[in-house]
Structures are given as C-alpha cells and as structure tokens.
Design a protein around this ligand. Sequence first.
Ligand code: HEM
Ligand code: HEM
Length: 232
Amino acid sequence: MALGVSATPLTFVVHALGVSALVLVLVWSIYFRGGFAWEATDKSLIFNLHPFLMVLGLIILGGEAIISYKSLPFRKEVKKLVHLILHAIALALGIVGIYTAFKNHNETGVANLYSLHSWIGIGVISLYGIQWIFGFLVFFYPKGSPALRSESIPWHVVLGLLVYVLAVGNATLGYLEKLTFLESSGVEKFGSEAFLVNFTALVTLLFGVFVIFSVISQGPVEEEEDDSYSSI
Ligand code: HEM
Ligand code: HEM
C-alpha cells in the first residue's frame, strides 16, 4: 500500500523541519526562558532541559531513526545499525529529559504525574523502551528465526509508528501546557513568545507528519535481504 511517490524528497523535508524545530526550541529556551542548567537556584532553568531533550531525542532523532531505511544510501545491514543506534540515543535522551521534569518538580515542591501530558508521557517512554528491546532481540541479537522475523516486522512497523505518533502528539500537549502556565503568569496571549511556542509546536507536528509520509512512500530499490517487508 505504499504511496506512489519517491521517499527521497520527503526525507529532505524531514531533515529541514528537524533543524527548524531544534533552532526554534533553542531560541525559546535560551532567549525567552534564560537557558539551561542541571543545578541552579532558578529551577526553571532545570525544566528548560525537558522540552529541549524530548524534542531532540524522541522526536527528531527518533524520527530520523525511523526514516533511516528511506533516507540513507547504504546497505540494509548498515541502515539497520543506524536505525538501532539512533533509537537508542533517542530513548536515552528521552529518559534524561523526563528525569529533568521530575527533578524540577521535586526541587520546587510540585506534585509529580498529575497531568494528562505526564501520563501519556510515561506510556510513550515505556512503549518506546519495550519496542527497542523487542526490535533488538528479534532483528539484531540473538535474532529470531526467519519465520519469526517476517511475522514480527509488520507489528514492529505499526507499533513503532503508533508510539512515534503518540510521542509527537504528547509533545504538542506539552507545549500547550507550558504556554498556558506562562500565560496565566503574565506572558501575553498574542505576544512574540506565545507565537514562537505555537509555531515551534506546529513545526514539531509537521516534522512528524513528514516522517509518516516518508515511511509510506517508495524507498530506494535494493536487493532482497533478510528482514525485508513490503512497505505498508
Ligand atoms: C515526547 C515528548 C515528551 C514526553 C514523553 C514528556 C513527558 C513528560 C512527563 C512524564 C512529565 C511528568 C514529570 C513529573 O510528573 O514530574 C512531563 C512534564 C512536563 N512536560 Fe513533558 N514530555 C514531552 C515533551 C514536552 C514538551 C515538548 C514540552 C514543552 C514545553 C513539555 C512540557 C512539560 C511540562 C510543562 C511539564 C510539567 C507539568 C506536567 O507534569 O504535566 N513536555 N513531561
Ligand atoms: C523504539 C525503537 C524503534 C522504533 C520506534 C522502530 C520503528 C520502526 C519503523 C516505523 C519501521 C518502518 C520503517 C520503514 O518502513 O521505512 C521500522 C523498521 C524496521 N526496524 Fe525498527 N524501530 C525501533 C527499533 C528497532 C531495533 C532496535 C531494531 C533492531 C535491529 C529494529 C529493526 C527494524 C527492521 C529490521 C525494520 C525493517 C526495515 C525494512 O524492511 O525496510 N528496529 N522500525
């Protein structure tokens, strides 16, 4: 059911949107919110690490990992390794990013896990971890039998896309929540910071949309190797 268009131009759009999303998050965090810190008396600097690490990790590196089969000009085995490593970095940054939100809450006496965003966030990071472990065991080491691998691939792809869509959706909830907090403590509703945050959320969302478009379009033609599946 792949779309009859080549994935290559779509993957360029993904890269461009990824760089834009990262620049926008950095401008927001550094110029408007005062930058980053691991230890500080101003605890909001610890919080600022949260959106930055989540967007860089789960969203951008996670998205680049997903499209690596479509965007890279290498052999399948090499692309598999890049896919696995980028997802591992994304997962690690996601875990540290969530830790910074907890750290900020604990050091400011705010309750943990009270919001829809935080509940979905715990679901996303748990599913992402499970997906990575299953992917590793079935497709990399010790590797399942050929029958198990070919039966697992459609599940791996569909569940991988599902957890990724949930991550992108949850990031937009996070932007909305943070901006709502800021607006209730004085940030103007139609001011430049509010526009910047909403545009950052839109670019993040578009990045996710183009990741999905890339996955369901035509990848480079390659020789059949093990672990192949015809694109959904
Ligand atoms: C996939 C991306 C994301 C995931 C998985 C995620 C996950 C989480 C989790 C688990 C918490 C709870 C921390 C606690 O209870 O102590 C949290 C808090 C928070 N996050 Fe995110 N987050 C993501 C992206 C973002 C983004 C992009 C923003 C934008 C600013 C954001 C804003 C917030 C805010 C304001 C809080 C504190 C309030 C609350 O607990 O809901 N998050 N996040
Ligand atoms: C949380 C981590 C992971 C997520 C979200 C994920 C997601 C995905 C997605 C969406 C695809 C479809 C790509 C496409 O058709 O263009 C895919 C393909 C694939 N993934 Fe993963 N993956 C993860 C981890 C892993 C790991 C650790 C391995 C181990 C090697 C792996 C092996 C594969 C293989 C073999 C394919 C099939 C590629 C093809 O035949 O075109 N994945 N993955």
